[in-house]
Design a protein around this ligand. Structure first.
Ligand code: NAD
Length: 256
């Protein structure tokens, strides 16, 4: 069984949160498929990958073209700066709104400050990432593609996840609503919903995820960022030209 053999040569792809975890794997995937990749992240190398090569340098070391733009996606002005940076490479063809944060708290304990910090990145970031990328595509007459990172928590309640899950439910409806309104411009909007993926999104999560063994049902193991790569490439590709407003669940069966 091979992996997806996608060709994004000549295309410019922005991946938010591309310094770590899922975003890093996706950015590398687009880079290996020939795209110019811009990683828009608050930091080039988060604590878990300090010892590694920053994403853009890793892509460049394999002969690709890549850049890093320090970006806080909760600030639409900073997203505009990424879009301007992308114009130097011909402008965005694919926008991946992936940056995310997770805080655990019981529903009754969530404070307005915690609510805002999670929503600012996960939902506001994805919302204006989608809107501003679409405006830029429309201005340039480009029929592009947008892929947002949702989560199984968008449709399945989990203890301690209420404010996070609310953002991901929002990402689901943002994806469908934007798909509806942007279709006439030739812009497709889809989402990928990962299940438990061993990353550093919150302290101790990589270890917790690694301990998943199927004893509570599916999934039988935690996923890895590499397990997500092809779903993003597929949704962004011409092969998915009749797919919009859709969510692809890459969760080892967790949502069953
Ligand atoms: P991660 O922590 O490894 O990566 C998240 C990246 O987002 C980091 O590089 C971080 O620096 C960046 N980021 C955080 N705040 C930002 C901001 N304000 N602006 C720009 N970048 C910012 O975590 P991950 O697991 O790879 O998460 C990626 C996405 O996948 C998130 O949207 C997350 O909600 C989603 N997700 C993860 C899982 C999982 O189990 N890991 C499951 C479902 C969904």
């Amino acid at each position: 069984m091979g992996t997806l053999d996608a060709d994004f040569a000549g295309e410019t792809v922005v991946v938010t949160g591309g310094s770590s975890g899922i975003g890093r794997a996706v950015a590398n995937g687009f880079g290996d498929a020939g795209a110019t990749v811009i990683n828009a992240d608050v930091r080039a190398a988060p604590k878990d990958v300090d010892a590694e090569t920053p994403t853009h340098e890793a892509i460049e070391s394999r002969g690709g073209t890549a850049a890093f733009v320090e970006t806080d996606v909760s600030d639409p002005d900073q997203i505009e700066s990424v879009i301007e940076a992308a114009r130097e490479f011909g402008g965005i063809d694919v926008m991946v709104n992936n940056a995310g944060v997770h805080r655990s708290a019981e529903f009754l304990d969530v404070t307005p400050e915690e609510f805002d910090s999670v929503h600012g990145v996960n939902l506001r970031g994805a919302f204006f990432g989608t809107q501003l990328a679409a405006k830029d595509m429309i201005d340039r007459g480009v029929e592009g593609s947008i892929v947002n990172t949702s989560s199984t928590t968008a449709e399945r309640a989990e203890w301690d996840h209420s404010h996070y899950a609310a953002t991901k439910g929002g990402v689901q409806m943002l994806t469908r609503s934007a798909a509806l309104e942007l279709d006439g411009h030739g812009i497709r909007v889809n989402a990928v919903a990962p299940g438990p993926i061993a990353t550093e999104i919150r302290e101790g999560w990589a270890e917790e995820a690694d301990a998943i063994d199927g004893s509570d049902g599916l999934p039988s193991r935690a996923g890895t960022p590499a397990d997500l790569r092809d779903a993003y490439l597929y949704l962004a590709s011409e092969g998915a030209n009749y797919v919009t407003g859709e969510t692809v669940w890459v969760d080892g069966g967790a949502s069953l």
